[in-house]
Design a binder for this molecule. Structure first.
Ligand code: ISE
Length: 321
């Protein structure tokens, strides 16, 4: 039986999720798209039903599972609605903008006694991050003593303001570092440049790994994410996924995409396919970010903001769920 997916939000990410469901996923179909902008909803729906009311989508009988890709501050309310309707939900990151809200989702889900929430930290399904995790877990390299990460966007859109480099961008690194190392972050220090962009974040883990993360929102040359683990017996880093390598006039040029969609196309497709398969089997997708992982990333991001403001090393103490 094909699962009807309702996509909320038809911006860049919502439109791409709608396309992935329509074109690349088996066992599911695009049932409905919700967006306040009717034209945008129709463009993403390509013939599927549309609505301007996201709660109508959540409760619609044709929608078996909900994919939330609307602005960050709408996630909490929509997650509560999906849980009240008892429907599986894949929510784009961040799970919520405030950690108290994210924790409320964790607790609501626990009370229901069903794992209904998956947080869209899709890098966990990226083949290069997966390979790196397998290598690290294999043990041949010994302990990861350091992990160097960089996260560069070509340019930040005009609405990308305030704390968003931390709450919307760095959260990916927080999640992937916890997952890659299977370790918990216990302290953070933050050092912005004179221009504030890029900024450097240094995390310490419970297992004694030191992590450096550069977040550069206006790197200009393209979208570029990198990670290298420095271990006792060697290093492992992500292979550079290039769209093309050009040799001309005595030099070699590598091209970079302008945003994350081409870079993480496989990750989004695999994530969505595994989500659908898990719903069909009544299980959860192996390795996917849970509501707790979504909470942890938002909670840790809040501690990062304290570190940025105070310029002090801040200890991170995750509460008990
Ligand atoms: C965006 O939402 C993402 O998920 C990208 O990976 C990140 O680089 C970008 O800064 C975010 O806004």
């Amino acid at each position: 039986m094909s699962i009807g997916i309702g996509v909320i939000g038809a911006g860049v990410m919502g439109a791409d999720h709608a396309r992935i469901i329509r074109e690349e996923i088996s066992g599911a179909h695009l049932a409905m798209v919700a967006d306040q902008d009717v034209g945008r909803a129709e463009a993403a729906a390509k013939g599927a039903r549309t609505t301007t009311d996201p709660s109508a989508l959540v409760y619609d009988h044709s929608v078996g599972a909900v994919l939330i890709a609307s602005p960050d501050d709408t996630h909490f309310g929509l997650l509560k609605a999906a849980l009240a309707a008892g429907k599986p939900v894949l929510c784009e990151k961040p799970l919520a903008t405030k950690s108290e809200e994210a924790l409320e989702i964790v607790r609501l889900e626990k009370r229901l006694g069903r794992s209904l929430v998956q947080t869209g930290y899709m890098r966990r399904f990226d083949p290069s991050y997966r390979a790196m995790k397998t290598t690290l877990a294999g043990g041949e390299l010994g302990r990861a003593r350091m992990l160097h990460c960089s996260h560069r966007n070509a340019s930040a859109p005009p609405w990308f303001v305030g704390a968003m480099p931390v709450t919307n961008t760095l959260v990916h690194e927080i999640d992937i570092c916890r997952w890659l190392l299977n370790d918990e972050l216990i302290a953070v220090s933050a050092i912005p440049t004179k221009e504030k962009d890029p900024a450097l974040f240094v995390f310490e883990t419970a297992g004694g790994t030191v992590i450096s993360v550069e977040v550069f929102m206006n790197a200009t040359y393209g979208y570029h994410v990198q990670a290298e683990a420095v271990c006792s017996n060697g290093t492992v880093s992500l292979a550079e996924p290039t769209t093309q390598r050009l040799r001309i006039n005595g030099s070699e040029q590598t091209s970079y995409p302008q945003n994350w969609i081409p870079r993480f196309a496989d990750a989004y497709r695999i994530q969505n396919q595994k989500w659908v398969a898990a719903i069909a089997n009544g299980t959860v997708a192996e390795g996917a970010a849970t509501s707790w992982d979504g909470f942890a990333a938002t909670f840790i991001a809040e501690q990062v903001l304290v570190a940025l403001e105070t310029r002090q090393r801040v200890e991170i103490k995750l509460p008990v769920a």
